[in-house]
Write a protein that binds this ligand. Structure first.
Ligand code: SF4
Length: 401
């Protein structure tokens, strides 16, 4: 039975290549980001808090923090990666302790409803006839006043979503679908997020229409996943936290070279090729700049010569340089203070549609063709400034007219 989870779908949305490695090739990596590690330790502590409460044991904050530090030490290993080098493992450990402390103080003595489930697995058909199933694990399920079912989710993310983000969150909406109809007399299902780093609780509800829309969108996404033949890597700032960087065509060379000692690094073929390529590109840039400057000097000299000798064509051995002097009217561009007045003027003259987006080039053409009454053309021309264009075109002698 094809089964998907919210995190599986999110992985595809973030990067199809990561999805392929993780969910199709099922490659397990032994590295883990410290943010995920810290989140998992905090989850363990809150699970213990409510599990013990079910047995009527209320832990003190000190007991919970001691448990947290024990979990941290027991599970810590060198495979936990710190991406943000400005922070140490201790910084993350303190942040986790702060999350637990603030949560404890906020909800003590934890008598807001009855805990029905902890780390509760859900598994439900997305659309019976198509045979797709959704699975997930709810952090905590609570019954309030015998008729309100609360789905609680703990987050240790450093980003606080807006209410709008929460309103379209897929994960807890799936959980809603997963628990719907499981208990009698439930009149409302509430989705509750605990953003522990901010000590903020966010809540939302889902209507049957919103859930139906989510079902359809999820089916569309599943169709996209199942018809994907490429699973192309999609780079984003999240790549730094991706456990598959060492296998990814976009990142693996970097991973390999980062770990080379300096002497081997400078001898690595790829590094050498890129460095040589950059060197040549830069050299080319300098040469092109020098040649352009020389061309500009010669052009100036040619124009001066043409003016002095009253020439429109200057002959070399194989080429003729034709000199064209023209005077053009230029109309104010977007951003020019005079532009607004010009726009208004043309609109009031009822000619706006002819130059719809007031393309200055288009105005010049319309006026050149004599398409507007002389009095109007005269007034529009008052917005114009005069620009002298000088061009030199090289033509092979045998090709000239
Ligand atoms: S490193 Fe980035 S592009 Fe490569 S698989 Fe991971 S998320 Fe995708």
């Amino acid at each position: 039975m094809p089964t998907y989870s919210h995190s599986q779908l999110s992985t595809y949305e973030t990067c199809p290549y990561q999805y392929k490695l993780s969910y199709i090739q099922k490659i397990k990596m032994d590295t883990e980001g410290i943010e995920a590690f810290m989140g998992s330790m905090v989850h363990d502590v809150l699970e213990k808090l409510y599990r013990d409460l079910k047995m009527t044991k209320l832990n003190t904050l000190e007991e919970l923090l001691e448990f947290y530090h024990q979990c941290w030490e027991k599970n810590w290993s060198d495979t936990v990666q710190i991406i943000r080098k400005e922070y140490s493992a201790e910084d993350y450990r303190s942040l986790g302790a702060k999350c637990i402390t603030e949560y404890y103080k906020r909800y003590y003595p934890f008598d807001q409803g009855k805990t029905l489930g902890l780390e509760e697995t859900i598994y439900f058909p997305l659309e019976e006839e198509k045979g797709y199933w959704i699975r997930g694990v709810i952090d905590r399920l609570t019954l309030l006043n015998g008729s309100v079912l609360e789905i609680h989710d703990y987050k240790t993310s450093g980003r606080l979503p807006t209410q709008k983000d929460i309103q379209s969150d897929r994960q807890l909406a799936f959980y809603h679908m997963g628990v719907e109809g499981k208990w009698k007399d439930i009149q409302e299902i509430k989705l509750i997020w605990h953003y522990l780093v901010f000590d903020v609780e966010l809540q939302s509800l889902r209507t049957p229409e919103e859930l139906q829309r989510l079902r359809q969108e999820t089916m569309e996404l599943i169709k996209t996943i199942e018809s994907d033949r490429e699973f192309s890597p999609r780079e984003s700032p999240l790549c730094d936290w991706c456990d598959y960087q060492g296998l990814c065509p976009k990142r693996k060379h970097r991973v390999v070279t980062e770990n080379l000692p300096p002497n081997e690094y400078l001898n690595e073929d790829g590094v050498n090729l890129v460095n040589r390529y950059v060197e040549l590109k830069e050299k080319k840039g300098v040469l092109v700049g020098e040649i352009d400057a020389e061309i500009a000097r010669v052009e100036e000299a040619l124009l001066a010569y043409a003016q002095l000798k009253e020439l429109e064509a200057i002959f070399g051995s194989d080429h003729v340089a034709k000199i064209k002097m023209e005077v053009k009217e230029k109309y104010p561009l977007k951003g020019d203070p005079a532009r607004r007045a010009l726009d208004e003027f043309i609109k009031s003259a009822g000619k706006w549609m002819e130059v719809s987006d007031l393309n200055p080039w288009m105005i010049a053409r319309v006026l050149e063709r004599g398409g507007w009454p002389p009095s109007l053309a005269k007034k529009v021309k008052e917005f114009a400034t005069v620009e002298k264009n000088r061009t030199i075109t090289l033509t092979k002698l045998k090709e000239r007219d």
